[in-house]
Ligand binder design. Structure first.
Ligand code: ADP
Ligand code: ADP
Length: 223
């Protein structure tokens, strides 16, 4: 049985969450967002959520061992047997190495495609400061992608909110953290021959068409 493990990378605000939801549905594989998993834990006030909170609110990364353990747990669920689309993980070289090990040892496979959504820093700031989220992870933008009814999620009808970490000074810090800790993954995946750059400064539909096409080519999937 061939599996489809895809990792979507890009700076905060590039459109990973938006695109991951679309691609995972088209490919019929689970969407695993470490940001959403941490936010769920925070909402339910679990120990993991409490640990993650301070890091998240200040725009820092949650420590590798905590994040890796959470993903190892999630990826062992039966719905991931055929693959998964990861968004927001890995974010450090240590996480990437740990994930490669898990895929090799537990699934006898490796990542087949890493789409990198490219976007200039100025655009990232306006994307994040206008972002509105639903508690289930659906994403909107007050100008670019407004919900049909202000403040309400089109998909599940829940009330939208603005994230604590989407404030200008935290956004700038997160971009810096991305450049220092996550950008080295570009080289890591390029060397493995799985990296595909996608221009994120286009409409949501144009970006998703490109992402699906690189994933299908990289993972040997039919249209
Ligand atoms: P990330 O998960 O990479 O942080 P999101 O998917 O949450 O990014 O998107 C950040 C913001 O940008 C959201 O408000 C979203 O609605 C908006 N957005 C996403 N893709 C596009 C696009 N192609 N054009 C314009 N706005 C977009
Ligand atoms: P965005 O795509 O807007 O940058 P996410 O929702 O992916 O944000 O992540 C929000 C926060 O959750 C991060 O700033 C960080 O504190 C934490 N986080 C998410 N994924 C990871 C990860 N792989 N490693 C460490 N921390 C993470």
């Amino acid at each position: 049985m061939s599996q489809t493990f895809v990792v979507l990378i890009g700076p905060p605000g590039a459109g990973k969450g938006t695109q991951a939801k679309i691609a995972a549905e088209k490919l019929q594989i689970p969407h695993i967002s470490t940001g959403d998993l941490f936010r769920d834990n925070l909402k339910n006030q679990t120990e993991l959520g409490k640990t993650a909170q301070t890091y998240m609110n200040s725009g820092q990364l949650v420590p590798d061992e905590v994040t890796i353990a959470m993903v190892a747990d999630r990826i062992s669920c039966p719905d991931c047997a055929k693959g998964a689309l990861l968004d927001g993980f890995p974010r450090t070289i240590a996480q990437a190495e740990a994930f490669d090990k898990i895929l090799g040892e537990q699934f006898g496979t490796s990542i087949c495609c890493v789409p990198l959504i490219d976007l200039a820093n100025e655009v990232l700031v306006s994307r994040l400061s206008g972002r509105w989220m639903c508690p289930q992870g659906h994403v909107f933008h007050e100008v670019n992608n407004p919900p049909k009814v202000e403040g309400v999620c089109d998909v599940c009808g829940l009330t939208l909110y603005q994230r604590e970490d989407d404030k200008t000074e935290t956004i700038l810090h997160r971009i810096e953290v991305y450049e220092n800790q996550t950008a080295p993954l570009i080289d890591y995946y390029e060397k493995k021959g799985v990296l595909n750059r996608v221009d994120g400064n286009r409409t949501i539909d144009e970006v998703s068409a490109d992402i699906l096409s690189v994933i299908r080519a990289g993972c040997g999937l039919k249209e």
